[in-house]
Design a protein around this ligand. Sequence first.
Ligand SMILES: Nc1ncnc2c1ncn2[C@@H]1O[C@H](COP(=O)(O)OP(=O)(O)O)[C@@H](O)[C@H]1O
Ligand SMILES: [Mg+2]
Length: 159
Amino acid sequence: MADLLKVDKIKTIFKTEKGDVTSVEEVSFDLKEGETLCIVGESGCGKSVTSLSIMRLLSKNGRVSGGSILYGGRDLTKLSEAEMRRIRGNEISMIFQEPMTSLNPVLTIGDQMTEGIRLHMKYDTKKERRTMRLKCLRKWAFRVRKAFFTSIRMHSRAG
Ligand SMILES: Nc1ncnc2c1ncn2[C@@H]1O[C@H](COP(=O)(O)OP(=O)(O)O)[C@@H](O)[C@H]1O
Ligand SMILES: [Mg+2]
């Protein structure tokens, strides 16, 4: 089967006060459809920066300065931000490590779940989007009450 994702010798650098720092140096791997790939390594070795490079979610001082990220035959490093937005959260997503800092504390869980559906799927009404949201959760065997979507924010249970 053809590669779905082909990361080839990517290099990611960050501009710092002390000059450019290379965080990821010539990392390469392939991923075929249906395959699961785990990247392991000691803390600070570049796992997160590699993933953020693929998603084009690096902080402002970071950039992929070399190599290619072929996805469906297209090099993600060459796409415009608008093209990347169509792929991100739709075809390629990331589950961030720390829910307490990666979820927005002022939005409900429901709003955050619906954002991707609203941006990428062609549903006209809120009701359709909510139905889809529930369907997604049930597909993965989550059982939730309605209040989960409407009243729970990340810090609403904090003392
Ligand atoms: N915004 C940044 N500016 C400068 N260096 C960074 C930045 N983000 C990550 N780094 C550095 O990149 C390296 C790889 O980090 P990271 O990918 O987070 O490691 P991990 O493998 O634990 O996920 C680390 O040395 C880290 O300090
Ligand atoms: Mg990490």
